[in-house]
Design a protein around this ligand. Structure first.
Ligand code: XMP
Length: 513
């Protein structure tokens, strides 16, 4: 299949996958590659366009990420963003210097709307800047197409060579007309048709998996969450019965979840999978006893998970591949990219060093959550599963602050169940990105009947988000909250107080640990 593609060359910026995602939003396939990929490889891929990302370095800095300038001779349109724009200027004979005033945040930029890149953009437009260096002088053949009072070259271009550059970040939401600029680049300048859709991703991925796996055996770590379910069905479509899905019930699932997962993926469900459910509750509780440090809890759960899988794999014999539903925010927030580690999150950072499989397959590694959902729908997974709210791999283990015990698991399960039930009854579930109950480590005094209580506080969390990398605290109607609080205190033994978390992300994270 002839595939229209734009590639993003990664110079170490924060928003690399976001750029790729924005290109995919134009219905053009996009992949991120390291900045030092060979020209030969680029030629083989035949991209219709190339985007240079931002990066933390100065072009003059020691160890700066610099590519050869032959790339500009390929005849492929290139858009340089932030560091990428400075690199373009630097390599082509312009002048890059430390700006007298660094620009950070929302900045009004004056653009030349005759530029193909700025077609349809307002002359004064708000853009997101984040730079210390700037282009002082554009290279000879370039025209300046944008500036701010303190940044003389906020945009430049050499249309004859298909070279465009912007100092700001068109990919982030704060650049109000950024999507128009990216669309101009991808559609008009690169000449893409925009006929790529998620079904192409599904098709291509299935084929790539088939090639990689051959006749090998595959084990899928199924948690019942959206990501691993989509990964499992993708794998099932690719390799059928070569796949065994192992569902570890670690005793840290939501109420009834183990049975629900089994109903969908087990022998009674619609999919032709080998399905094994391992009831390992006691084992996990044992390992977690006395552990309070969040990272340690994550590591223990992650490690125990893998050990269980390894044991199952040995029983099956000669398992070559392990599948995981890792998605892009997991990768970036686990600090596996170049950004800072926030939590050793998400199935990735939590993995032990020794994993007894030939290879790990992560087919969703480049997708954002909403893209995973689109892929899920393409795969024919029922909507109620696809739109299920995300649930972290370490489960309730990271929604119980402090030590995890069976009793606490029970409390948080019951509270969460009530919360979900009331949210659904109020018909607001679709409006929320994620909502759940967590058990705090705080005990306080209350009164029930005529008795003094000294019990735990449940924290309710609800956020609105599309990419889960940032999130706003949701405004749940007061009647709903007070009903939930009432029910929890009355129905869940050991809880006498309910709090609502009003923090957005950042500075908070969605989960508590
Ligand atoms: P945070 O708490 O980092 O969470 O704001 C962002 C999203 O990721 C989910 N999450 C996880 N998912 N394994 C997962 O599969 C994990 O270890 C993990 N930790 C957090 C979280 O529920 C939210 O949707």
């Amino acid at each position: 299949m002839e595939k229209e593609m734009v590639i993003v060359l990664d110079f170490g910026g924060q928003y690399n996958q976001l750029i790729a995602r924005r290109v995919r939003e134009c219905n053009v396939y996009c992949e991120v590659h390291p900045y030092n990929i060979s020209l030969e490889k680029i030629r083989q891929m035949q991209p219709k366009g190339i985007i240079f990302t931002g990066g933390p370095n100065s072009v003059y800095g020691e160890g700066a990420a610099v590519c050869g300038k032959e790339i500009f001779e390929l005849g492929i349109p290139i858009l340089g963003i932030c560091y990428g724009s400075q690199l373009m200027a630097y390599l082509l004979g312009g002048k890059v210097a430390t700006a007298p005033v660094s620009e950070y945040g929302r900045t009004e930029v004056e653009v030349n709307t005759n530029s193909a890149l700025f077609k349809g953009v307002s002359e004064m437009t708000v853009c997101w800047m984040s730079h210390t260096d700037y282009i002082e002088k554009a290279p000879e053949e370039f025209q300046v197409t944008a500036h701010t009072p303190v940044c003389p070259v906020a945009g430049m271009e050499c249309p004859e060579k298909g070279l465009y550059a912007v100092q700001f970040h068109p990919e982030v939401m704060h650049t109000v007309e950024g999507m128009t600029m990216l669309r101009n680049f991808v559609m008009d300048i690169c000449g893409c048709n925009g006929d790529w859709k998620m079904d192409s991703f599904v098709e291509t991925t299935i084929r790539a998996i088939q090639e990689k796996v051959g006749t090998g055996k595959v084990l899928c770590a199924l948690s019942g969450g959206v990501d691993s379910s989509v990964a499992a069905v993708l794998l099932a479509k690719a390799v059928g019965k070569q796949l065994t899905c192992v569902f570890v019930d670690h005793g840290l699932l939501r109420k009834n979840e183990g049975d629900e997962v089994e109903a969908v993926f087990g022998p009674e469900g619609p999919y032709e999978l080998n399905f094994i459910r391992v009831n390992a509750q006691e084992r996990f509780y044992g390992k977690l006893a006395g552990v309070t440090e969040p990272e340690q809890k994550r590591k223990i759960i992650g490690e125990e998970f893998i050990r269980v899988f390894e044991e199952e794999a040995k029983k099956i014999g000669a398992v070559d591949f392990l599948v995981q539903g890792t998605i892009y925010p997991d990768v970036i927030e686990s600090g596996l990219g170049k950004s800072a580690t926030i939590k050793s999150h998400h199935n990735v950072g939590g993995l032990p060093d020794y994993v007894d499989f030939k290879e790990i397959i992560e087919p969703l590694r480049m997708l954002f959550k909403d893209e995973v959902r689109k892929a899920g729908l393409e795969l024919g997974i029922p909507e109620h599963l696809v739109f299920r709210q995300p649930f972290p791999g370490p489960g309730l283990g990271i929604r119980i602050i402090g030590e995890v015990t069976e009793e606490k698991v029970h409390m948080v399960q019951e509270a969460d169940y009530i919360y979900r039930e009331e949210i659904a009854k109020a018909g607001i579930d679709k409006k929320l990105g994620q909502y759940f109950a967590a058990l705090t480590n705080m005990r306080s005094v209350g009164v029930m009947g005529d008795e003094r209580t000294y019990d735990y506080a449940i924290a309710l969390r609800a956020v609105c988000t599309s990419d889960f990398m940032t999130a706003d605290c949701a405004e749940i109607p007061w009647e709903v909250l007070s009903k939930v609080a009432n029910r929890i205190v009355n129905e869940v033994k050991g809880v006498n107080r309910v709090l609502y978390d009003c923090t957005s992300k950042p500075p908070g994270t969605i989960e508590f640990e």
